[in-house]
Design a protein around this ligand. Structure first.
Ligand SMILES: *[C@@H]1O[C@H](CO)[C@@H](O)[C@H](O)[C@H]1NC(C)=O
Ligand SMILES: *[C@@H]1O[C@H](CO)[C@@H](O)[C@H](O)[C@H]1NC(C)=O
Ligand SMILES: *[C@@H]1O[C@H](CO)[C@@H](O)[C@H](O)[C@H]1NC(C)=O
Length: 178
């Protein structure tokens, strides 16, 4: 049985091979369970997070299933209405990285998790390339400096310019559970 240090080194090497140097090395699923609010969305293609965009979505909760997959609740605006949907994100070999189907194959990776905020990196792989969406979620509407700084760093690392980030706090685009 490899000791935990060897295991960590292997995961680190695997992540580096996949170009995921930013994946969390000590992800703990229990830390992301429960209710969330989506505070910011950023994307390499801004139109996907604008009104009517496929990735204008609001994550309101995560449930950990017995098999280790996640049941993620998302709200979307569809024809002006708020629609609630559940996505089953299946775990992968990399801690904190999951996959599910939504307009193609999506890879969902937790980049940062604290008691206050969580940052999720979403990748949609298609023939035309990779679309990246980076989400900032808070346990409440408040996110501390550490969370905001981690979000700034990750969006910049992913080549998402400031103008491609929407702040949903005061946005009319927001949609929440009734
Ligand atoms: C951005 O996404 C829109 C769909 O929301 C698509 O029509 C457009 O071609 C995309 N632009 C690029 C550069 O991929
Ligand atoms: C996901 O959660 C919702 C709401 O609790 C529930 O209705 C649904 O059955 C769950 N899906 C799975 C596969 O557990
Ligand atoms: C996501 O990827 C799928 C192919 O896997 C593609 O059909 C779809 O247009 C992509 N969505 C966006 C918004 O780029």
């Amino acid at each position: 049985i490899p000791d935990s240090h060897t295991r960590k080194m292997k995961l680190l090497l695997l992540s580096l091979c996949l170009g995921l140097a930013w994946a969390l090395q000590d992800f703990c699923p229990e830390q992301v369970a429960g209710p969330w609010q989506t505070i910011k969305l950023g994307a390499t293609n801004r139109s996907v997070i604008e009104d009517g965009g496929a990735y204008l979505c609001f994550m309101t909760g995560i449930q950990i299933l017995a098999n280790g997959n996640l049941n993620v609740t998302y709200f979307h605006r569809k024809d002006g209405n708020c629609v609630k949907e559940y996505y089953i994100a299946e775990k992968t070999d990399i801690p904190g990285r999951y996959t599910f189907e939504y307009e193609g194959q999506i890879y969902l990776t937790f980049v940062f998790v604290s008691n206050i905020a969580a940052i999720i990196d979403l990748e949609n792989h298609s023939e035309s390339g990779i679309l990246t969406v980076v989400e900032l979620h808070g346990r409440t509407w408040f996110v501390d400096k550490q969370g905001l700084e981690a979000y700034r760093e990750h969006t910049s690392r992913r080549g998402i310019p400031q103008r491609n980030i929407v702040n949903l706090l005061a946005s009319r685009l927001h949609c929440t559970p009734q």
